[in-house]
Design a binder for this molecule. Structure first.
Ligand code: HEM
Length: 517
């Protein structure tokens, strides 16, 4: 921007035709003469009577995201600014808090208080957000499009600040590590820190990439950490937490999803009792395409057993095409007589249900963190869009029906986050066993409720964006993506109806036998 000049509006007005075409956008002057034939929106749009030589700010923001002007190839088109005027619309600043009302949870909104988050959490949040904006967001936008695995540099950067370890939650695995360059100690790291981390991941607005960013590890590694032998852990965990090796959870099958007793993958012992022989298939396995390790639910003589399988002879993975990007590495996995040492058994033989159940609460809570945060993106997008987009001569947000949709969206999002923070506070104060007893129902309800809210808000957002809400590029690109990907959240970790029923059955078990109306 070294050669920018200043112009008066009168000077700009002289460049008002096809061969000499300038416009003003937010006090910046653009020369579109050479660009006009390359303009993706066509030449005629630039020659409408109120555009050449004039202020096109309103017309531009009704049709383009601000990020268009941030792209280097378009930034070059700016030749100057208007004398005595300052641009009002700012570029994205990495690490910034959104100033759009309700686009951040209250604890991040200036002037509000929180009983849960302290200054240390806030410092941590600022660093994590800056980290994601600097190192993850650009990769997310690329990979969600090309479907390749998240870049190794991103995994490496995350490992430098111990993010892979932090995403496993508070616990022994953090001991001796320097977390986020020392901004939080392993002893003080709590579930609110983890909530922050999980929620910042989601801000990339790229759902497949979010899962590609080692969601498989978040659900597949805890059984190893909690139930693996010390030797097994010493051998595989360090490389996984460094982002060099990848692990996934392989439970659901073509034959059975939530119904673990219906699983058909079998593990039988060799005659000498030293190995398992595993055969069967697993479906919808997040990160399976690039995983080195598989935490596998198997049918065994004693019932259901969880076994760690390493990628080896007889293991094959094929990508499954889903509604979101291949960057998540969603796989169909087949095990054909795979030989696995019995030392890779996680927990007791026949005790797989306990291993799985102990994982479910944390897994569902992480999903709630993500779902709650992702709904903020809808608010951010819809508040901006309905303010800058005009229909029938007025901004969309002058229509009561649009405001009613936004109201419902905000109310749902605030409700979900408040409930989530309450549960997180319980988790910080309960033992793991108490959590299993008291929070399974709460989390089942919250997850079911959150994903229903998300789907309703996504559908409302599409209505507000119209055709752009179903278009993969341009103004509505995040809405289209969200609306397409939101069913994932409603299925992972248990379908909504299954979770709802689980919660009610738990509540029924807690009914006092002498209760009467
Ligand atoms: C610096 C100036 C401009 C640049 C760099 C630019 C760039 C672009 C780009 C990249 C697109 C593709 C859609 C997207 O990615 O959002 C687009 C679409 C479009 N642009 Fe521009 N544009 C500029 C100015 C204008 C102006 C002044 C108008 C006049 C109103 C205009 C009208 C349109 C229209 C009608 C579309 C199609 C929108 C759609 O498909 O929804 N553009 N422009």
């Amino acid at each position: 921007m070294a050669n920018l000049k200043t112009f008066t509006r009168e000077e700009v007005a002289k460049h008002d035709n096809e061969d000499d075409l300038w416009v003003i956008i937010d006090a910046k002057v653009y020369d579109l003469t050479k660009f006009k034939n390359l303009h993706p929106g066509g030449l005629s749009a630039l020659l409408e009577e109120d555009i050449p030589g004039q202020d096109a700010t309103e017309a531009f923001y009704g049709l383009h995201r601000h990020e268009v002007l941030e792209r280097p190839q378009y930034r070059r088109l700016q030749i100057g600014t208007i004398e005595g005027e300052e641009p009002q619309i700012v570029d994205k600043i990495n690490g910034d808090i959104s100033n759009i009302p309700y686009a951040e949870p209250t604890w991040l909104t200036p002037g509000y208080y929180s009983p849960y988050f302290n200054e240390r959490h806030r410092t941590f949040q600022r660093a994590v957000r800056k980290f994601f904006d600097d190192h993850v967001y650009p990769d997310a936008q690329l990979r969600e499009q090309d479907g390749k695995r998240p870049s190794q540099e991103v995994f490496d950067k995350m490992a430098e600040v111990e993010m892979h370890a932090m995403r496993m939650g508070p616990g022994k695995h953090l001991q001796g590590r320097t977390l986020m360059n020392g901004l939080v100690t392993p002893e003080e790291y709590d579930y609110f820190h983890e909530l922050i981390l999980s929620q910042e991941v989601v801000r990339c607005g790229a759902r497949g990439y979010g899962d590609g960013l080692l969601a498989g590890c978040v659900i597949g590694l805890p059984p190893v950490l909690n139930f693996g032998s010390p030797e097994l852990k010493a051998r595989i965990v360090p490389d996984i937490l460094k982002g060099k090796k990848f692990i996934c959870l392989a439970v659901s099958e073509a034959h059975a999803g939530s119904d673990v007793f219906g699983l058909q993958t079998t593990a039988t012992k060799t005659e000498d009792g030293k190995h398992w022989i595993i055969s069967g298939n697993k479906k919808w396995i997040t990160n399976g395409v690039f995983a080195d390790y598989f935490t596998v639910g198997c049918k065994t003589e004693d019932g259901f057993t969880v076994i760690l399988v390493e990628r080896s002879e007889g293991v094959e993975t094929k990508p499954i095409k889903t509604a979101y990007s291949a960057t998540a590495g969603t796989a169909y996995v087949t095990f054909d007589k795979v030989k696995v040492p019995v030392e890779n058994t996680l927990g007791e033989e026949g005790g797989g249900i306990f291993v799985m159940l102990s994982n479910f609460n944390h897994e569902r809570w992480v999903m709630c963190c993500c779902s709650a945060r992702s709904q903020r993106l809808l608010i951010d997008e819809c508040m901006k869009w309905t303010a800058q987009r005009k229909a029938f001569g007025k901004p969309l947000n002058t229509q009561p029906v649009v405001r009613a949709k936004i109201a419902a969206m905000i109310a749902r999002t605030e409700g979900v986050q408040a409930w989530l923070e309450n549960i997180t506070y319980q988790m910080n104060n309960m033992s793991y066993k108490e959590q299993a007893n008291k929070l399974a129902g709460q989390l089942a309800f919250l997850k079911m409720y959150s994903t229903r809210c998300a789907a309703e808000s996504a559908a409302d957002a599409v209505q507000m964006f119209g055709g752009r809400g179903v278009t993969q590029t341009g103004m509505g690109k995040f809405i289209e993506h969200y609306h397409r990907a939101v069913p994932f959240d409603s299925l992972l970790g248990g379908a909504e109806d299954v979770l709802a029923d689980l919660g009610v059955r738990q509540a029924m078990r807690g009914m006092p036998s002498n209760a009467r109306l």
